[in-house]
Design a protein around this ligand. Structure first.
Ligand SMILES: [Zn+2]
Length: 112
């Protein structure tokens, strides 16, 4: 069983993460917060979000605020709409308009 990360459990974790994200070296951070350099390095590599991950999380949070729903709720709603459209098309025996309808309701037209 893997050992728990000592930096994740450190009382100053938020400050440590902020220093690492700001670009402070493992040596400087470990010295400042009385942690081992090896633990700091392992934490930075495995538990500190990269700028790309932080940007992605910010985009998700913005979308959730805009829609007043979580991303899961948004995806579930889109899935349910797609299934409803598909069932109506199957019942009507005409799948031709399904592609157009799915693109309209899912926003896929903007992505693809
Ligand atoms: Zn950690």
């Amino acid at each position: 069983m893997a050992r728990p990360c000592t930096i994740c459990g450190h009382p100053d974790r938020a400050e440590i993460d902020a220093a690492l994200v700001a670009g402070a070296s493992d040596a400087v951070v470990s010295k400042r917060f009385a942690a081992s350099e090896q633990s700091t390095r392992r934490h930075r590599l495995n538990h500190v979000p990269t700028p790309d991950m932080q940007a992605g999380a910010a985009q998700v949070a913005a979308a959730e605020r805009q829609h007043g729903m979580t991303l899961t709720e948004i995806a579930t709603g889109l899935r349910n709409k797609a299934i409803s459209i598909l069932r109506r098309a199957e019942t009507a025996g005409d799948l031709g308009p399904v592609d157009k309808q799915l693109r309209r309701h899912s926003g896929l037209g903007r992505i693809v």
